[in-house]
Design a protein around this ligand. Structure first.
Ligand SMILES: NC(=O)c1ccc[n+]([C@@H]2O[C@H](COP(=O)([O-])OP(=O)(O)OC[C@H]3O[C@@H](n4cnc5c(N)ncnc54)[C@H](O)[C@@H]3O)[C@@H](O)[C@H]2O)c1
Length: 373
């Protein structure tokens, strides 16, 4: 696994890290705290009580209600894991304060904000890395090595998806409110799978898309992640605030002729709770990552030819920690220390965001949309 080769050593000066947000950022904190010479010194968020609880859990000395006060500490780096609407302002402020930034997906709430982040990253000499953690799962790391070794040859078609039976992350929070999230499962889950597919395909340039979106269950209070049963809500149905899609599907054309289909949902009548997959078709071979209900064991298969026969390859996967988060954080710190570009850049995040934005516009217009870059 070449991507685990880190240059971080105990001898290096301590890096002081601040955390924006108290949700998924716990996975970042656990990653930082595994690394020698890295100290998580503060956490910030308007939900001060939850931030304090995280600080107590991980022994973080300072808690701030406003991230701007935290940035005055003169930090080396920050992790940003906040509602999508705040990705751009916080990342741009952090860069202006001289910090490197590990930013949660999606890059931003929309293309305009994404372009502002890319411009700010270019103008600074700081690292901005997108938290596309699914690249660092054992199946993805291994598949990329097979692709780099030429096993698949030129990849001309990909199909990918992350569909849930009942996974709406609350009714009325920021996830289901478009003005805060930018959309539903396509920008939340589809963003991961689009990045993974593009990463494996060598990030070809998307030129047009055709998409459709649905909101068949969410607006009726069905498909909440806390209630596996669609029909009964203990204590009555929660108040439903839901102005995003609950299922999206799309078709993407790339420069050079490759194509991709994508589907993402938070709710839908399907047998699996979570169906997570990426299938690639190359001229020399194919591959499928399949993670029904998050199962990581035995999740990669390749099909190719050997000795004139069709063969299936089931690689023995290396051990990588939960969700790939610790590995992601280690790569971020490594990029800061070596000056090498981070593995997932803001520019790649913007390419994915352009696809998502075009899919939403196509769904609304009911026709194919070209992507102008
Ligand atoms: N890579 C992954 O696996 C993964 C998983 C979950 C979430 N995420 C991403 O992480 C981000 C946060 O998601 P979450 O699940 O932790 O959400 P959350 O609602 O659990 O936490 C969001 C946090 O943002 C902070 N916040 C809220 N409003 C803010 C504001 N106005 N200014 C500054 N901070 C504010 C709060 O501290 C809050 O705790 C989102 O962008 C989401 O897409 C990524």
């Amino acid at each position: 696994m070449t991507t685990t080769t880190l240059t971080t050593t105990k001898a290096e000066a301590s890096s002081r890290v601040g955390i924006c947000g108290s949700g998924i950022t716990k996975a970042h904190i656990e990653g930082y705290q595994k690394l020698p010479g890295v100290e998580v010194v503060a956490i910030a968020g308007p939900d001060v009580e939850r931030c304090q609880a995280v600080a107590d859990q991980y022994g973080i000395p300072r808690v701030f209600a406003d991230y701007r006060a935290m940035l005055e500490l003169g930090l080396d780096a920050v992790s940003v894991g906040v509602p999508n609407k705040y990705h751009a302002p916080i990342t741009i402020d952090a860069l202006a304060a001289g910090c490197h930034v590990l930013l949660e997906k999606p890059l931003a709430i929309d293309v305009a904000d994404g372009e502002r982040i890319v411009a700010a990253a270019r103008e600074s000499d700081r690292v901005v890395m997108l938290a596309f953690n699914r690249r660092y799962l054992a199946n993805a790391v291994t598949l990329k090595e097979f692709i780099d070794a030429g096993t698949l040859g030129d990849i001309y078609y990909a199909k990918t998806g992350w569909t849930r039976r009942a996974g709406i992350p609350g009714f009325g929070g920021w996830f289901t409110t478009r003005s805060l999230s930018g959309g539903g499962p396509l920008i939340d889950l589809g963003v991961h799978m689009l990045d993974l597919a593009l990463y494996m395909m060598g990030y070809p340039r998307p030129i047009s898309v055709s998409g459709a979106t649905y909101a068949a269950l969410g607006p009726r209070g069905k498909g909440h992640s806390d209630y596996a049963d669609y029909t009964r809500f203990p204590g009555g149905a929660p108040e439903v605030v839901f102005d995003v899609e609950d299922l999206a599907t799309g078709f993407v054309r790339f420069e050079g002729g490759a194509t991709l289909t994508v589907e993402a949902s938070w709710a839908g009548y399907q047998p699996l709770r979570d169906d997570i997959y990426l299938q690639l078709y190359g001229r020399e071979g194919g591959a499928r990552i399949s993670m029904p209900d998050y199962q990581e064991a035995d999740s990669l298969r390749l099909v190719t030819e050997s000795a004139g026969m069709l063969v299936e390859v089931a690689p023995v996967l290396p051990k990588v920690g939960r969700g790939g988060y610790a590995h992601e954080v280690a790569l971020f710190v490594d990029s800061i220390r070596t000056g090498a570009p981070p593995p997932a850049t803001a520019a790649q995040g913007l390419t994915v965001l352009r696809v998502i934005d075009a899919l939403y516009r196509s769904a609304e217009a009911g026709r194919e949309i070209e992507i102008a870059i």
